[in-house]
Design a protein around this ligand. Structure first.
Ligand SMILES: Cc1ncc(COP(=O)(O)O)c(C=O)c1O
Length: 420
């Protein structure tokens, strides 16, 4: 472990444990002194004490492991990073023991995404970008990366023929970045097939998946051919709506080192308290996700039969075009349900103003249910034509289904839909 490179690792002991055991135990005692606290404490400090000038010099020279300054690494962040290694990367490591899985924690999902892309891409490189990524990711690609002459080419990763064509048109593309399932239309891309197609044309390309909607409990892109996984921990990974944070995990040491350089120089490191809260949230990720998924399926089935609902987007429904792929690639179908109201824009707004229990707020993945209307909120600034093309029609509503009693959620929706 050298903090000049922010090393972290999977504790071998946990490789044979199940996901729930790893989410509780992995990382908990990494870099903690003997006889330390049962729950790793919060090292809420900006800087660390050197024993003497020799130790300070050794730490700066990378000749000795230890902590220097929280922007460069902090023991509380390291607990979280080690736990995520075990959750995203244990099976990859079991299949190939020579691989080293590393995670870096960030102050937001966007910081993780921007640092990852800035670490991997250089001037004049090409990035293939999924055509349904989070708005700020798209903005970053076309308004920030473009300043460094990085060419961004949009691609529908659900359409494998298009992936192949765009890759043939850009055979030296350095990276492909996409989300699955997508927001808010819950389209699913085949991670293994997309990886195989692009790597056949450029074996060095880095496949980067934003796994925020699925979490490692439901889907592990590194086991499916991806090279890098990013997360907004703001959502399910923290799970309680208390933190804005991000993560990047990879088994490529050169990617980890390049992205670490960006954190050091740009400063997207997380606060120790936030990483502590995220680590706490992770301990209940498996049981939370099971309940989110269970409730979401019941709500999707209810909405699917409702006379005021035109269409439901949820890969857990047997009639959803992405059902079979989601079943193959994911452990369960997730906790986000989107649906289109027959009454359009005004109905969407009326439902927002009348619904009970569901909190009217953007974001997702919290233990309690949230609701939003993309056309008047998150996607209001997207030109109508582009919004419609992405399937975000005026009556679309997105629900982040929480872990409440599902009968209460269905009653609230039933009552709210009477008003539209
Ligand atoms: C899929 C996805 N990726 C990334 C982000 C950005 O994360 P953050 O808000 O933590 O910066 C979001 C935020 O909503 C998101 O939904």
């Amino acid at each position: 472990m050298e903090d000049s490179k922010r090393e972290n690792y999977i504790e071998e002991f946990y490789l044979d444990c199940g996901f729930a055991t790893r989410s509780l135990h992995a990382g908990e005692h990494v870099d903690q002194p003997n006889g330390s606290a049962h729950t790793a404490p919060i090292y809420q400090t900006s800087t660390f004490v050197f024993k003497d000038s020799k130790e300070g010099a050794q730490l700066f020279a990378g000749e000795k492991s230890g902590y220097i300054y929280t922007r460069l690494g902090n023991p509380t962040a390291k607990v979280l990073e080690a736990k995520i290694n075990a959750l995203e990367g244990a099976d990859v490591k079991k299949q190939n023991p020579n691989l080293r899985v590393s995670t870096l924690a960030f102050s937001s999902g966007m910081s993780a995404i921007a640092s990852t892309l800035l670490g991997i891409l250089s001037h004049s490189d090409t990035l293939l970008l999924g055509n349904m990524v989070y708005g700020a990711t798209e903005h970053l690609a076309f308004n920030v990366l473009n300043k460094f002459a990085i060419k961004c080419v949009e691609v529908d990763t659900c359409n494998l023929a298009e992936v192949e064509q765009k890759m043939r048109d850009n055979p030296t593309a350095k990276a492909i970045f996409f989300e699955t399932p997508t927001n808010p239309s819950l389209k699913v891309s085949d991670i293994q097939k997309v990886s195989d197609i692009v790597k056949k044309i450029n074996p060095k390309i880095k496949v980067i998946v934003d796994n925020t909607f699925a979490t490692p409990y439901l889907q592990r892109p590194l086991e499916l051919g991806a090279d890098v996984v990013v997360h907004s921990t703001t959502k399910y990974i923290c799970g309680h709506g208390t933190v804005v944070g991000g993560l990047m995990t990879t088994f490529h040491d050169d990617v980890k080192d390049a992205v670490y350089t960006i954190i050091k120089d740009i400063g997207g490191s997380p606060s120790p308290f936030d990483t502590w809260l995220v680590n706490l949230g992770l301990k209940t990720l498996p049981i939370r996700m099971e309940k989110h998924c269970d409730n979401a399926l019941k709500i999707a089935k209810f909405l699917n039969k409702h006379p005021k609902v035109e269409k439901v987007y949820f890969p857990g429904l047997a009639n959803d075009p992405f059902h079979d792929l989601a079943k193959k690639q994911m452990k369960n179908f997730g906790g986000i349900v989107s649906f289109e109201l027959k009454g359009g824009y005004e109905s969407g707004k009326k439902l927002m103003d009348s619904i009970e229990i569901f909190t009217l707020a953007v974001s997702l993945g919290s233990v309690d249910s949230l609701i939003q209307h993309p056309a008047s909120m998150t996607h209001a600034c997207v030109p109508k034509e582009k919004r419609f093309k992405a399937g975000i029609n005026d009556g679309l509503v997105r629900v982040s289904v929480g872990i409440e009693d599902v009968s209460d959620l269905i009653k609230a929706l039933e009552k709210g839909l009477l008003q539209v």
